[in-house]
Design a binder for this molecule. Structure first.
Ligand SMILES: [Zn+2]
Length: 317
């Protein structure tokens, strides 16, 4: 059997057919119409799923379920997308219309939860407890306890990016100051890198960016560190100190078996992971315990959201 996953983003709708071994056998995407209402979004997802099936040659009878990862609060009891600041017109019941148009059971969840679920299932031996932190424009997160997604009483759990690491720090979009996301997201790393470039005209980062500050990204900063550029290494050390402070808090609260790091910065694990291990290990409360949390880079990359969404049914069974 197969399952279809749709990752509903503010820019793209990306759908894929996933087999029982978590392989993505076909993918298709289209632009998200940000003006569309709930019905329009349901129609676009129905068309996308039908086109995907037609192009892949997989019969609908071989599809068990469909899963959605949505950028907002997904009330699984009612099927309502309750809050989505990127898609404000799409707040409403997404599941019922899709179930009617496709004739399949629809599961849905927050997109960060779906990605965490995908990475969790991709572990060789999925552990009992697992946290995922995704370092992108912001910081997303997902919590898996006792082999199930932990969603909180209102489906809004797992916002690890909005824990405060500096009470008088930078203003965050959530209305508070000093959130982890302001210091340890992929965007924050780029800001820190640009500040360093302005101070260090001899840094190799200028050459790697071909002289253009706006071209800087996390991958380039990691490449600078890989080449032992002093400015790049200092940026990465400061960045991992901020991120590490957040991870130590998460470990102290949950003591999970695995803490998985994903997102753009996580794509350079050879640079990021040793720095993080060095920062985190001596600071966790349980540093003298025989067993401690394993830090692990994500493995599914950008496909985590689709694969996790497709497999959401497995969180219910
Ligand atoms: Zn915040």
């Amino acid at each position: 059997m197969y399952n279809i996953g749709i990752d509903v983003g503010g820019t793209n709708l990306a759908a894929g057919i996933v087999d029982e071994k978590l392989h993505l056998t076909a993918v298709k995407s289209r632009k998200t119409d940000r003006e569309a209402d709930t019905e329009g979004l349901v129609r676009a997802m129905t068309e996308l799923a039908c086109d995907l099936l037609a192009e892949s040659g997989i019969s609908s009878s071989k599809v068990h379920s469909l899963g959605l990862g949505v950028p907002g609060t997904a009330n699984r009891e009612t099927g309502y997308l309750e809050y989505a600041n990127n898609l404000p017109n799409c707040v409403g019941n997404l599941c019922r219309g899709l179930e009617e148009s496709l004739g399949k059971k629809v599961y849905f969840d927050n997109d960060a939860n779906a990605a965490a679920w995908g990475e969790y299932l991709a572990c060789d031996n999925p552990p009992d407890s697992f946290l995922m932190v995704t370092l992108g424009t912001g910081i997303g997160g997902g919590i898996i306890l006792n082999r199930k997604l932990w969603r909180g009483i209102n489906y809004a759990a797992g916002e690890m990016g909005h824990m405060t690491i500096r009470y008088d720090g930078e203003m965050c979009s959530c209305g508070r100051r000093g959130c982890l996301e302001m210091y340890a997201s992929g965007e924050a790393l780029i800001r820190q890198g640009r500040r360093s470039m302005e101070k260090n005209r001899d840094s190799i980062l200028w050459k790697l960016c071909e002289g253009a500050l706006p071209c800087l990204n996390g991958k380039i900063i990691c490449e600078g560190a890989r080449r032992k550029d002093a400015a790049s290494m200092q940026v990465m050390e400061e960045y991992t100190a901020y991120l590490g402070e957040g991870l130590v808090d998460m470990i102290n609260i949950f003591q999970p078996e695995v803490l998985c790091i994903g997102g753009g910065v996580g794509n350079s694990p050879d640079i990021l992971m040793p720095l993080l291990e060095k920062y985190v290990a001596p600071r966790i409360y349980s540093r003298d315990s025989a067993r401690n949390t394993q830090l692990k880079p994500a493995v599914l990359g950008n496909d985590a959201g689709i694969i996790g969404a497709a497999m959401l049914y497995a969180c219910e069974e």
